[in-house]
Ligand binder design. Structure first.
Ligand code: NAD
Length: 387
């Protein structure tokens, strides 16, 4: 314990387990207009069909809005907000990965509070009225968005989170049955996103006994289950374990903060249009290596949690083992080739210093255990390029 006052607050009620989506109607208000928000990729899927059938069967004739772009931008949120107002929607079920969940989180708050969105996003204006009732149902494992007080929305050519208590969904329904259709590649990248959340929460400056225990459980679950779900997406037990890991990691990072990996991935996603999970996946071992000397003990624990045998090793060597294990994991889940592609793309760019400046500008970097200037971030991008 560091002897200072810390806080932990997570208001979302969590309902989880195989078939949990059948319980969504219990949390909706009868007789009120209900909207299901999802994305185009899922609009015609069995997942949407399953959830709409449950809702319709329980007397909630639900409309579906699927006009949500990946990495949702301001326009998407404004369009959804207008739709919610025009159709007098009282409650929302957000179904999908982090993109539809974040768009719904922001729009539900914007319906009841005066705009524009950028005031809340860039000027930290407080929400004065509670948002619409929101039930978040993740279909990736993942971002953990169902349990975070953040909605990440792209505007001014940057991904900028709106972080406020009102943004937490009221209910999170976590059902691994809704995740079995996630293809292997997306299973791998979103799973690495969850691992990045847990690692950054565990080694950051703002660690806390509660977030530590969540992060430790998440890392152990991911170490034991990510390979299994990539190899066999129908392994429901492994899907359930990954779903829980993602939620635990989401709570941990929301409360304890992130660090250099997410700071580096900001410009990589914005300028190279790489998916959030993929960017984090390939940058994670480099961010870990940068931080190693600041947190030997914790990286040695991470090595053990990922299944490494650290018995008899010096702490520094055990910490280094965690890097090897993450590289091995990337290899086993088929992402090493993606790292090579990113290396190649970095090699061809003349503007890595702009990436470095942008990374050092991210507020997330303030929680990193080792300070990182624009020059140091640029150097890190060059190291990756030089591979
Ligand atoms: P995503 O929501 O963009 O979805 C990626 C793709 O997966 C889409 O094409 C979608 O249709 C498909 N998909 C989702 N579930 C599926 C399933 N079960 N079967 C088949 N296909 C499925 O991806 P994501 O990685 O979940 O979310 C990324 C977004 O989340 C980014 O915008 C990121 O910034 C944000 N994010 C938010 C938080 C937060 O706390 N709010 C945290 C981390 C990331």
């Amino acid at each position: 314990m560091k002897g200072s006052i810390t806080t932990f607050g997570m208001p979302t009620e969590i309902i989880s387990g195989p078939g949990a989506h059948n319980r969504i109607p219990e949390f909706l208000v009868p007789g009120k207009n209900t909207l299901l928000v999802t994305d185009k990729g899922l609009a015609d899927s069995d997942i949407v069909l399953k959830v709409t059938s449950v809702l319709n069967g329980a007397g909630f004739p639900v409309k579906v809005a699927s006009d949500i772009t990946p990495n949702p931008d301001e326009e998407t949120v404004n369009r959804l907000t207008a739709y919610l107002k025009e159709n007098s929607i009282f409650q929302v079920v957000a179904l999908g990965g982090g993109s539809p969940l974040d768009a719904a989180k922001a729009a539900c708050a914007m319906v009841t509070n005066e705009g524009p969105l950028e005031d809340y996003q860039w000027n930290n204006k407080p929400f004065t009225k509670p948002p619409l009732l929101l039930i978040a149902v993740p279909t990736t494992a993942g971002t953990g968005s169902e349990v975070t007080g953040v909605a990440v929305i792209t505007s001014r050519n940057a991904k900028k989170g709106i972080k406020k208590r009102e943004i937490f969904p009221e209910i999170a329904v976590i059902d691994p049955e809704l995740m079995v259709s996630l293809p292997g590649f997306l299973t791998a990248t979103t799973g690495m996103d969850a691992l990045t959340h847990a690692v950054e929460a565990y080694v950051g400056k703002n660690t806390h006994p509660i977030t530590d225990s969540l992060a430790v459980s998440a890392i152990r679950l991911i170490g034991g289950n990510l390979r299994k779900v990539v190899e066999n997406g129908s392994d429901l037990q492994a899907r359930e374990n990954m779903a829980m890991a993602s939620t635990l990691a989401g709570i941990a990072m929301d409360q304890a903060g992130l660090g250099i990996v997410h700071s580096l991935s900001g410009p990589v996603c914005s300028f190279m249009h790489l998916a959030h999970g993929l960017a984090n996946a390939v940058l994670l071992p480099f961010g870990m290596e940068y931080n190693l000397s600041a947190r030997y003990k914790r990286f040695a624990v991470i090595a053990e949690l990922l299944g490494g045998d650290t018995g008899g090793m010096k702490e520094e060597d055990a910490a280094k083992l965690s890097l090897k294990l993450v590289h091995r994991l990337l290899d086993d889940i088929g992402l090493s080739g993606e790292l090579e592609k990113v290396r190649q793309a970095f090699k061809e760019r003349k503007d890595l210093h702009v990436f470095g400046e942008s990374a050092a500008d991210m507020f997330l970097i303030r929680n990193n255990p080792r300070p990182a200037s624009a020059e140091e971030c640029t150097e890190l991008f060059s190291i990756i390029a030089g591979g």
